[in-house]
Write a protein that binds this ligand. Sequence first.
Ligand code: SF4
Length: 387
Amino acid sequence: MEQPSDLQAVLDRAAAAGGRITPAEALALYTDAPLHALGRAADTVRRRRYPDGIATYLIDRNINYTNVCVTACKFCAFYRPPKSEEGWVRDLDEILRRCGEAVELGATQIMLQGGHHPEFGVEYYERMFAAIKAAYPSLTLHSLGASEVAHMAGVSGVPVEAAIRRIRAAGLDSFAGAGAEILVARPRTAIAPLKESGERWLEIMETAHGLGVESTATFMMGTGETNAERIEHLRMIRDVQDRTGGFRAFIPWTYQPENNHLRGRTQASVLEYLRLVAVARLFFDNVAHIQGSWLTTGKEAGQLSLHMGADDLGSVMLEENVVSSAGARHRSNRLELIHLIRTAGRIPAQRDTLYRHLVVHDDPANDPVDDKVVSHFSSTALDLQPA
Ligand code: SF4
């Protein structure tokens, strides 16, 4: 363990000078740096990157096409095995209808997310993406990730690179980067023994980045990994990012304990989460955006993350079914996210998938009046009737 004076020197180097910190230094900061000093250093780095004081949010909808999955991750409350009576597949008309509702509410992005259905190969995704793009060309398809690609390529019997090229040609814009969970072998095998390895997940992302398909990188904390393994997850991502530059953002969130085989035996606390956000901002000198997650840790923690290095609060989430099945009950709406950002002392802005500012809410008098842009956690239709 390093002495506090050593830790301050590391914080000063990262914050004041913008120097790179090592994984060992990141671990020492994560476990031992005083919380406020850690947050101050991360906020300094955030301010240097974004001197305009803007923090962003997004309007998108997560649409799940099936809950049928052969991968049976132990932390997952969403999937059903192929023969389950509770398994379902949404047909394309329903998916398109949901996209239409999202467009009507001002969404700029759709995140398609689903299980590893034993019959869904590349052709299934080509059809779906092409149909969505034809009907709603303005929507950005920020969807899927390395796990889905590995699965669809296997079902279709084609190389991963060919699968990525084909779904890109059909309309995929970028990968959402789910399925990273924790990339380190020991804890990953413990919670998702049938999923591809962390190295393979990164390899597929590297291939995608090489083909011009950028992504985000995620981290699900709290399933029993050690502190050192948390930092190792960050290191694995940073090393790939040094080669590709294709990760637009890092998005940590916390494992939710309900309705899954892990039964919440371990969980990350809010403080662990906030410390990780701060260390991520200091460690990722090569990743532009750090996203705070209000969905799994709550709105207060989401707001606090803006003081710990985060520059983005993610989406209003017009629909979310996966994390909420495991117990995440936080809901928000557009006006509330704007308020959370503003009362954190920052200027709220709606962004698109590329983090371009679409609307800067620099005057509360001009805040949007539409109160229908609200989080929904159900697969039912949204209420679009006039109030
Ligand atoms: S996390 Fe994804 S891959 Fe794992 S069981 Fe759930 S739906 Fe399947």
